[in-house]
Ligand binder design. Structure first.
Ligand SMILES: [Cu+2]
Length: 649
């Protein structure tokens, strides 16, 4: 709608009064008309320049039907395109059909393209490597089976091979294992069991049995084949010595829920070739792992569920980037819930903010603290209010990164709980004894809040829901939050932002685009609005333009280097040098399950230079990890330039 010339104040009051009167009359005669009238007025309000200057503006992104996917993962690539990964997208039919999706969105051209997705990367972990590739590891090997759908008892069986001579043994899918009482179970997949190994300890020869695990399902339906205790099973068809040497062991065989199983495949997504490039497999299968960047550019994979849906008991591993392979890291054994938020600090420690999503013990490994990787020590960071409500919370390294302050937002109790919190808190990790101190509350309790750093040193918080996966909260059947707010660290408070129009809870993402806007996508409600039927995945995409985009001419960055060294100074051309107040290197987001450990905003020192500005990059690798960044110049009104991509080495 075009703004009309401004009427005088009394006239505006008069027309507002008349409008109100008309609306009140209409309330009694025609409710749909009122809704329409209110909508039109709302539409008029949010599109006014003065409103946009204060609150920003949301718009829907038209997505061609062929490119609508369940956005589970999103990353801002250094080519300027947004990587949107669904994999099977939490859709069993897709999983069984082998339909895995990835699309790229180019915000500069408003264009989409599809990328072939080799395996199901749904619920993998990811982080950017120094070369700009996105390391993506883990994902889904099997879907969960709910208790009500389990007709046949099942369990994980360990097949042992005590024979050192016969070599590895292969058993095809459907191999039968027999309990002492004759009950039969069949293996769900093909299986290879390594040979036993003999080792000499002095004069003694010890045999270490080879072993491998596999799902088995009872042949007969019902409760009959349930076994509650650890027991041994024979492999049908084996006789004599062989039968003694090769056998099965299972802790239990039940009709309990079977969790999603993790995958061990790993890729570097190459943004330039726009394809997944397979690396060495992970040591462990992982579903819901966090990939945390290490100061040297290698990556640590932490937590997750294994291929049988069991929590990995603190077994972490390292990606050796120069060899493109994963190695076990037993020296860094530590238990965390799934998708733990591990922020890289300037001194190389990882700060576990407490944020996490999905699974894990409700007691062990949930305390926030600083993890020193040199000696695997962990120093707890106390003071967090609502410490039992860190699941589905989010956390960010507040801008600028030099302040070394991490803020946590919202969250809820472990599992499918109706209890959530509006709490925020800030930990200053530069303090000698770091502790959380309270921040301002969010307007409502919020899980799954998206938090996006903006170039003007503020943090946009948007989306989320008060209830579990957008569901019941208080007396409402749906609890998506539409209000957005901008946190200003310098002022220590939230400012109201314009409302979004799409609710976003579980499996949703938001990230900063190089043009200074924010894109939001995804959401995976458990139920539909009635609260009774299954929900449908939200495929609409929205883009938020913050208030700074409505406050006049933007500064422009001219020529500059494509790559810079940490600890050096470089020059960029700009005609706006006189009004530039800040320069920020913003590391692009790689976000899933409210976990985004990549995004950070690093302040650069500014000095005047001929034809532009000289900008200094800090020296500490823990502050400025190697990789691609968006360089923004920000003027005296807080208006940022469009970003220029620059690689820090
Ligand atoms: Cu998930």
């Amino acid at each position: 709608m075009k703004p009309r010339p401004r009427p005088s104040t009394p006239r505006r009051l008069l027309s507002a009064g008349i409008a109100l009167l008309v609306l009140s009359v209409l309330v009694f005669v025609n409710r749909p008309m009122v809704a329409f009238g209110a909508d039109a007025y709302h539409d008029f309000t949010i599109n006014r320049q003065s409103y946009k200057e204060k609150y920003g503006h949301w718009s829907r992104l038209p997505v061609p039907p062929g490119f609508r996917v369940n956005a589970i993962h999103a990353a801002m690539l250094s080519t300027g395109k947004v990587l949107i990964v669904a994999g099977s997208g939490n859709n069993r039919d897709n999983f069984e059909a082998g339909t895995f999706r990835t699309v790229l969105y180019d915000p500069a051209k408003d264009a989409f393209n599809e990328v072939p997705t080799p395996t199901d990367v749904f619920c993998a972990g990811h982080t950017f490597l120094p070369n700009g590739n996105l390391l993506i590891a883990g994902g889904t090997k099997s879907y969960e089976v709910l208790e009500k759908d389990i007709t046949h008892a099942a369990g994980v069986m360990k097949i042992k091979n005590e024979d050192p001579a016969g070599g590895p043994r292969t058993f095809p899918k459907g191999t039968t294992l027999v309990a002492k009482n004759g009950t039969q179970y069949r293996t769900r997949t093909d299986l290879t069991v390594p040979a036993a190994m003999t080792m000499k300890h002095g004069d003694e020869v010890m045999t270490h049995a080879g072993e491998a695990e596999v799902w088995v399902d009872a042949v007969e339906a019902g409760d009959g084949p349930i076994v509650d205790n650890p027991a041994q099973y024979t492999v049908a068809g084996l006789t004599g010595k062989d039968k003694q040497n090769v056998y099965g062991l299972a802790d239990k065989i039940t009709r309990e829920k079977q969790e999603y199983g993790g995958d061990k495949t790993s890729y570097e997504f190459d943004p330039r070739a726009e394809r997944y490039v397979r690396t060495g497999d992970m040591v462990q299968h992982r579903w819901y792992p966090t990939l945390a960047e290490l100061p040297g550019g290698d990556v640590l994979a932490v937590s997750g569920l294994d291929e049988f849906g069991r929590m990995l008991p603190g077994r972490n591993e390292r990606y050796v980037k120069d060899q493109k392979r994963w190695v076990d890291a037993p020296e860094l054994k530590r238990v965390f819930p799934t998708y733990p938020a591990l922020h890289l600090m300037a001194d190389g420690k990882l700060f576990f903010s407490g944020s996490n999503a999905g699974y894990g013990s409700d007691t062990e490994g949930r305390t926030p603290g600083l993890w020193n990787l040199r000696n695997n020590s962990f120093r707890e960071v106390p003071g967090l209010r609502d410490p039992r409500m860190t699941e589905t919370s989010s956390s960010v390294l507040l801008p600028p990164a030099q302040d070394q302050r991490v803020m946590i937002f919202g969250g809820g109790e472990v599992g499918e709980s109706a209890v959530s919190t509006a709490r925020t808190a800030i930990a200053d990790l530069d303090e000698p004894s770091p502790a959380y101190t309270p921040g301002p509350d969010l307007p409502q309790p919020a899980r799954y809040l998206s938090t996006v750093l903006l170039p003007d040193d503020s943090v946009l918080t948007t989306g989320g829901s008060s209830g579990y996966r957008g569901g019941r909260y208080g007396d409402k059947t749906r609890s998506d939050l539409f209000n957005a707010q901008i946190y200003r660290p310098a002022a220590g408070r939230f400012e109201t932002a314009a409302d979004s129009t799409v609710g976003r809870n579980y499996h949703s993402e938001a990230l900063l685009l190089p043009d200074g806007r924010v894109i939001t996508m995804g959401s995976d409600p458990l139920y539909d609005p009635s609260g009774r039927n299954p929900g449908t995945f939200e495929q609409r995409i929205e883009v938020y333009s913050p208030p700074y985009l409505f406050r006049g001419r933007r500064p422009v960055i001219g020529a500059g280097p494509k790559a810079v060294q940490r600890g050096t100074t470089f020059a960029v051309a700009t005609r706006d040098a006189g009004r530039i107040r800040a320069a920020r290197l913003m590391r692009p987001s790689a976000v899933t399950h409210v976990t985004d450990l990549d995004q950070r905003s690093v302040a650069l020192d500014i000095t005047p230079a001929t034809g532009g500005l000289a900008l200094s990059v800090p020296k500490k690798r823990g502050l400025v990890p190697s990789g691609w960044y968006m360089l923004f110049l920000v003027d005296d009104k807080g208006v940022p330039s469009t970003a220029r991509w620059i690689q820090v080495r």
